[in-house]
Ligand binder design. Structure first.
Ligand SMILES: [Ca+2]
Ligand SMILES: [Ca+2]
Length: 189
C-alpha cells in the first residue's frame, strides 16, 4: 500500500471517530394532537427567556391528553436534552425508532411547584444514560400539574447512528474513488 493510500485511510478513520462524538440533532415538529396551540414554537430555534409567560412563544395546551411529536434529522443514541417548559408542571418525554411505538426517555419534574398557577417558562438541561437504541422521534406529554402546559423549545443531543446516510455514504465512496485514482496515477509515473 502506498503512503498516499495509507494516509487517506488514516484520515478516513479519523473522520469516523469524529462522527462518534455527541452532536445536537436537528429537530422539527412533525405532529401534535388537536388541542395544542402553536406547536411549531416548540422547535423553531428560539428559546424564550426564563419566566416568559407560559403561552408566549410556546406550544401550549390544557389538560393531560395532548402531545407534541418531534422528528430528528437522523437517528441518535440520545444522552442529553435542553428543554424549555412551563415550570409548575411535570412533563415526560418519550422516544421512538419508527414514529409508531414509543418508550419513556426522561421525566422533568425538578421545578414542579403547583402553588403557582399557569406560571412561566424555564430552560433546563437534562442528562441521562445514553440510549442503547438509536431514536429518530421524540414525543412530549404533561403528566400532572395545574393543567396549563407549554413547551417553548427543545433540543436533543447524542451519537448519530452508525449507519451512514445514503448521501454521506455516496460522498465517502466517491472520496475513496478519487483517492484510488490519484494513487494509481502516482504509481503509474
Ligand atoms: Ca402550568
Ligand atoms: Ca421556540
Amino acid at each position: 500500500m502506498s503512503i498516499q493510500v495509507k494516509s487517506a485511510v488514516a484520515i478516513g478513520l479519523l473522520g469516523l471517530a469524529a462522527a462518534a462524538q455527541a452532536t445536537t440533532a436537528g429537530v422539527t415538529v412533525t405532529g401534535n394532537t388537536a388541542g395544542v396551540t402553536n406547536a411549531a414554537f416548540a422547535a423553531d430555534g428560539f428559546t424564550p427567556a426564563d419566566f416568559t409567560d407560559w403561552q408566549t412563544n410556546a406550544g401550549w395546551w390544557n389538560g393531560f391528553g395532548e402531545t407534541i411529536t418531534f422528528k430528528l434529522d437522523q437517528s441518535y443514541h440520545l444522552s442529553s436534552a435542553t428543554v424549555t417548559l412551563d415550570w409548575n408542571d411535570v412533563y415526560r418525554f418519550y422516544a421512538s425508532t419508527d414514529g409508531v411505538s414509543y418508550t419513556t426517555l426522561f421525566t422533568v419534574s425538578g421545578l414542579f411547584d403547583q402553588s403557582t398557577v399557569n406560571s412561566g417558562q424555564v430552560t433546563l438541561p437534562v442528562t441521562f444514560a445514553q440510549t442503547a437504541l438509536a431514536y429518530q422521534y421524540v414525543r412530549v406529554q404533561a403528566l400532572y400539574g395545574d393543567g396549563f402546559n407549554s413547551v417553548g423549545e427543545v433540543s436533543f443531543s447524542g451519537t448519530a447512528a452508525a449507519v451512514p446516510e445514503p448521501t454521506s455514504l455516496a460522498l465517502m465512496l466517491g472520496g475513496i474513488g478519487i483517492v484510488g485514482f490519484v494513487a494509481r496515477r502516482r504509481i503509474g509515473r
